[in-house]
Design a protein around this ligand. Structure first.
Ligand SMILES: Cc1cc2nc3c(=O)[nH]c(=O)nc-3n(C[C@H](O)[C@H](O)[C@H](O)COP(=O)(O)O)c2cc1C
Length: 360
């Protein structure tokens, strides 16, 4: 039964995806030594019926890695590991873009192999933190990136894009949201620079445009997506005027002709305050493919397509527990229950052992 075109193919960039459902990027910490392995091959291969899999936040460099056991794309072993993941997805008929991640200030020296301090636009500490090895720690105070270091950051994105393509990814998604490095430059609570990368909105967008120019230069715009989260106050990120900032951002993005714009609509943590934002206006303003994310279920997704609120819908937590989410939605079938303790953990439990409908 097809109520709308949610289950129909769609042309995105240089590809034709088999349906309009996206598996959202999700960190699962299942890549020991930051190298994708057998478990990751199985996990992503199981979810390849999604029209697009955005593979989890992946560090573009040792400097960009926030914590251990999250994958990278900066050495040969990581590229080889990811190659096995992309092969599994392609064998099962799917497409996948890699989310390129630089954590910026969201880390702690104790979790980095060289014990270096986090880097950020300004020396302002994130209010977030994380649990590693059973211990919770607030992100440490970052040091301010010097002007001369910024071309090196852009070069990290350029190299990571080349590495992702070498690993067989169909494209890359630039992570410009959730309070990580590029978002830290965009939003004024974390950017108090007085040089050409701070102050005005144009200046705060400068790193984003430089990164996009570099990434597009390697992959071509039709293999590049972008991820933004205008009001996700994750990690203490915020802006004094998000509507104005993201009007400029979306207008600038429009000019690139990217494969897609992926938008986290609101706060992902239900305990965080909701900041008013006109998502429909953002969708109307951006002329390319618009992917909507945050708290979508089957009913909301079908309605979003019916009213053309988005071109594709991205699902996070539902994809953790339901490897065959497309089939379940198509049949309006039952959903597996999410096992919360194993979301960020080790091993197959709660990772690759969620059954498909046919196995129930
Ligand atoms: C375990 C977990 C890990 C996540 N990791 C990432 C990530 O690596 N990159 C990212 O952009 N968002 C990440 N997110 C946010 C999701 O992509 C998504 O925006 C959020 O879960 C809201 O979508 P949902 O309501 O469909 O789950 C993560 C979410 C969860 C639950």
């Amino acid at each position: 039964m097809t109520e709308t075109d949610l289950f129909e193919p769609i042309a995105v960039g240089r590809y034709r995806f088999t349906n309009r459902m996206v598996m959202a990027a999700m960190t699962r910490n299942r890549s020991p030594n930051e190298i994708p392995g057998d478990l990751n091959v199985e996990y992503y291969g199981q979810r390849a019926t999604a029209g697009l899999i955005v593979a989890e936040s992946t560090a573009i460099s040792e400097q960009g890695l926030g914590w251990r056991d999250s994958p990278g794309i900066y050495n040969a072993a990581q590229i080889a590991g990811w190659r096995r993941v992309t092969d599994a997805i392609h064998r099962n008929g799917g497409h996948t873009f890699l989310q390129l991640w630089h954590c910026g200030r969201c880390t702690h020296p104790d979790w980095r192999s060289d014990k270096s301090a986090p880097v950020a636009p300004s020396p302002i500490r994130s209010i977030g933190g994380m649990t590693m090895a059973g211990r919770w720690e607030q992100h440490a105070e970052p040091r301010m990136l010097e002007l001369e270091e910024l071309p090196g950051i852009v070069a990290q994105y350029r190299q990571a894009t080349a590495n992702a393509l070498a690993a067989g990814f169909d494209g890359v998604e630039v992570h410009s949201g959730n309070g990580y490095l590029i978002d830290q430059f965009l939003q004024d609570a974390s950017n108090q620079r007085t040089d050409q990368y701070g102050g005005s909105i144009e200046n705060r967008c400068r790193l984003l445009w430089e990164v996009l120019d570099a990434v597009v230069g390697i992959a071509g715009a039709d293999r590049v997506g972008i991820h933004i989260s205008p009001t996700n106050v994750h990690h203490g990120i915020s802006d004094s005027d998000p509507e104005k900032l993201f009007a400029v951002v979306s207008e600038g993005l429009d000019g690139y002709g990217l494969a897609y714009l992926n938008v986290v609509e609101g706060a992902t943590d239900p305990t965080e305050k909701e900041i008013p934002f006109d998502w429909e206006r953002l969708r109307r303003r951006y002329r390319g493919i618009y992917i909507a994310n945050n708290n979508y279920d089957r009913v909301r997704a079908l309605a979003a397509r019916r009213h053309n609120r988005a071109d594709m819908i991205s699902f996070g937590r539902l994809y953790i527990a339901n490897p065959d989410l497309v089939e379940r939605f198509r049949r309006d079938g039952p959903l597996n229950e999410l096992k919360v303790p194993s979301i960020i953990a080790e091993g197959a439990n709660g990772y690759t052992d969620y059954p498909a409908l046919s196995l129930l």
